[in-house]
Ligand binder design. Structure first.
Ligand SMILES: [Zn+2]
Length: 381
């Protein structure tokens, strides 16, 4: 949709809540929430248009029959944005996005698009689409393009113009997928408050992180009326929790936890078995799941490719679970775009692709996790 038309539609939606603000899927969402008290979610990497039939087959013929009821789709810049054509990448167009939503709904699956905000604005030193088009948003422009040590670039949380662009992208994804929730990433942020950023230098990192969360929340939940999810590693203190600095924070960003709204759903990812964390000083496995509930947040524990870690996480999540413990999220990292490798792995088909081995492990993890959930259905809630 043309940007001005889309803006007009948003205005109309805001002005007439009984009409345009009720998206076509609103009633579907309410029914889904009533019928699905436990989330069994899968995180799908980067679907692309030409392989959409494979993704649809994965959803309809495999994931839905297995009991998956949420699909978190990592879209990012892999979308034909019309509001900002300068940022569009290889991925889906609006019709394909809507088609994916339709297939999911037909099979009882709630689709939630994901766009990485703040962090993951590059892989390595080379800027991603946003920072290529708007280099002024870079938190660390002084890091050269051939730097060997940088993990991912970030956008500057204090730049006055970044939200104008990002909110347009989020609005377009919400509209394209007819989404009632948006996952905004925010994991693995390390550079925030960089000493060379003239706007952030010397500021409290917890405050900077909370600022971004609150601004995104104001737009998504406040203005658009959708739910908001984030990866929650930056809200954990690595020294207090016994997690490493990837899945918890050593930068001070954890201090944001008491400065952000409690209705954000926290995706609490930890992929190792309890023995690994025990060696790092953790006494009880996965303490963050309970910690977040005690803080008043809904939490969605997330696992990856190790079946015993997944089963241990599900068992830990049952300990003292409240109605804020949503279920389990199986992540699809390093699994190739669109789910083709996972489809082959779950069907037991031959796959010689480079993602095949990871896909097999993810498939085994999903089977083990879903079996664990089904073995004790009464204890799951
Ligand atoms: Zn900055």
């Amino acid at each position: 949709m043309h940007k001005t038309l889309f803006a007009a539609a948003c205005l109309l939606a805001a002005a007439a809540p009984g009409l345009a603000a009720q998206p076509a899927g609103k009633a579907w969402s309410e029914t889904w929430k009533a019928e699905n008290r436990q989330w069994k979610a899968y995180h799908l990497m980067s679907p692309v248009g030409e392989k959409l039939p494979v993704t649809k087959t994965l959803i309809a013929d495999v994931l839905a029959p297995m009991g998956i009821n949420v699909l978190i789709v990592e879209v990012g810049y892999g979308f034909e944005f019309t509001s900002h054509p300068e940022l569009q990448g290889r991925g889906l167009n609006k019709d394909q996005a809507r088609e994916l939503t339709r297939v999911c709904r037909e099979h009882g699956i709630r689709l939630i698009p994901l766009m990485n905000c703040l962090g993951h604005q590059s892989w390595g030193p080379r800027p991603g689409p946003l920072l290529r088009a708007y280099p002024q948003f870079d938190e660390t422009p002084s890091i050269p393009l051939d730097d060997k040590d940088i993990y991912c670039r970030e956008w500057c949380p204090s730049h006055p113009d970044v939200n104008k662009v990002v909110f347009d992208l989020l609005d377009e994804l919400i509209e394209a997928f007819d989404a009632d929730a948006m996952h905004v990433g925010m994991d693995e942020v390390f550079l925030i408050g960089d000493k060379d950023c003239p706007r952030c230098k010397g500021k409290d990192v917890g405050e900077l992180f909370a600022k971004v969360v609150n601004e995104l929340h104001g737009h998504l939940v406040g203005k658009r009326g959708v739910e908001m999810l984030i990866w929650s590693d930056r809200l954990l203190d690595s020294s207090a929790t016994g997690y490493g600095k990837w899945e918890a924070s050593a930068t001070g960003s954890h201090r944001a936890i008491d400065r952000v709204p409690k209705d954000i759903i926290l995706c609490d990812w930890h992929y190792e078995p309890p023995e690994t964390y025990r060696r790092m000083g953790q006494q009880e496995p996965f303490p963050s799941i309970r910690f977040f509930q005690e803080k008043g947040f809904r939490v969605l524990p997330a696992t990856w490719r190790t079946p015993e870690a997944c089963v241990a996480m599900i068992r830990a999540s049952r300990q003292g679970a409240t109605d804020k413990m949503l279920g389990i999220l199986f992540t699809g990292w390093s699994n190739g775009p669109g789910g083709a490798s996972l489809l082959a792995a779950l069907r037991g088909e031959e796959d010689t692709g480079k993602s095949a081995e990871t896909a097999k492990r993810i498939a085994a993890t999903m089977r083990a996790g879903l079996e664990e959930i089904s073995r004790q259905p009464s204890a799951a809630r």
